[in-house]
Ligand binder design. Structure first.
Ligand SMILES: [Zn+2]
Length: 367
């Protein structure tokens, strides 16, 4: 969700006193009533800060003043009326959110401009991290344009479609070209303005672009359609095996206080992720079990683990790691994302062991 600075005046609408700053990084300051030492998981604050830094680098954002992130898990409405009932929103420099991290709002706040909502929300979803918007079927763009025109609000179920639309534009015209079109527009523009921007910036028009999208774009769930490059850049590196024939062993201690765990005790789930590189294509066997349990227990009631390639677009998610899975992998960087439901029970994490035919086929840090 996005609100423009023109449409909000926090001083008039704030009902309750907002909390003070509890943590300050280079790009993000977090203000919350929550005890950040006790209730925010190990890696979360640095992850938030670094994610914002990567976004600013990627978009060439010139304003280097920090984004203020209000983390209000009990609801934003009492503090900021325009955001009532929403998981988060931003006025461009300040984020009000019931969840942390909320990468979608960081994109809005880091990108340095608002845009026509179809592009602005599509860009925010493209780098929206590991949370997904409500699953929805494809919605005709003509319906979404009508909702967006003149500063309208998209339906939650529009977000998957605008993510796909923006991803298709990026795949067709390149990221910088799409950013130029988005920069040329503002929140209150309409589809006529989008048509003009496409003609000026890309030498095409809206009818052509929509027809190409509706004919050729591939459809998949939002999590699969995102660009995971920033999540991959900030993931931990999987360590080498222990010499027992396991070429990679990922021990994901998922207790909130562990280094590397992202989320808070107030979320439904916390995450942790690791990258590794495949040098030679071929089958890889993944064995996944609950960490520290002997005999190993089925971990699926405690969370889930997914494997993806570190590249954008439908198809980059390879699949789930349920127990013993074999996947044919192509060379390149991959990420293992472990998701642990809250609250914690007796199982504290997951172990993923990756085997391949020869040790030369996997590269990992030697430590
Ligand atoms: Zn948004």
């Amino acid at each position: 969700m996005v609100l423009t600075s023109a449409s909000v005046s926090p001083a008039c609408t704030r009902a309750e006193e907002l909390p003070g700053i509890a943590w300050a990084g280079e790009h993000v300051e977090v203000a919350t009533f929550v005890d950040v030492d006790e209730e925010v998981c190990g890696a979360t604050l640095n992850y938030l800060d670094q994610y914002a830094g990567l976004l600013r680098d990627r978009f060439g954002t010139h304003d280097d003043s920090p984004t203020l992130y209000y983390y209000l898990p009990d609801g934003v409405g009492p503090y900021f009326e325009e955001c009532d009932g929403l998981g988060g929103c931003t006025d461009g420099t300040t984020i009000y959110a019931t969840r942390m991290p909320q990468e979608h709002e960081l994109v809005h706040a880091s990108i340095g401009f608002f845009s026509y909502p179809v592009l602005g929300e599509g860009l925010a979803e493209r780098w929206g991290g590991d949370a997904a918007p409500p699953a929805a079927d494809a919605i005709p763009l003509s319906e979404i344009f009508k909702r967006a025109d003149g500063g309208g609000r998209l339906d939650a179920t529009d977000y998957e479609t605008v993510l796909h639309f923006v991803s298709h534009l990026v795949a067709t015209y390149g990221e910088q070209a799409v950013l130029e079109v988005a920069r040329a527009l503002d929140f209150f523009d309409d589809q006529g303005d989008l048509d003009r921007a496409l003609q000026e910036q890309l030498g095409t028009d809206l009818d052509t672009v929509v027809s190409d999208y509706e004919t050729n774009a591939e459809w998949c769930r939002a999590f699969h359609a995102r660009d995971p490059s920033m999540s991959c850049a900030l993931a931990e590196r999987a360590s080498c095996g222990d010499g027992t024939g396991h070429f990679l062993v990922v021990d994901a201690d998922m207790r909130c206080e562990s280094d590397g765990v992202i989320g808070t005790v107030h979320e439904d789930a916390v995450t942790r992720s690791f990258t590794f590189d495949v040098d030679v294509a071929g089958p890889h066997v993944f064995r996944t079990e609950a960490l520290g349990e002997d005999p190993p227990v089925d971990f699926s009631e405690y969370g889930w683990v997914v494997l993806e390639r570190c590249e954008a677009g439908c198809g980059h998610v390879v699949g789930g790691l349920f127990h013993d899975e074999t996947y044919d992998l192509e060379p390149g960087r991959h990420r293992i994302l472990a998701v642990r439901y809250n609250p914690m029970t007796d199982v504290n994490g997951f172990r993923v062991v990756i085997n391949h035919g020869t040790p030369d086929n996997l590269v990992c840090d030697a430590n």
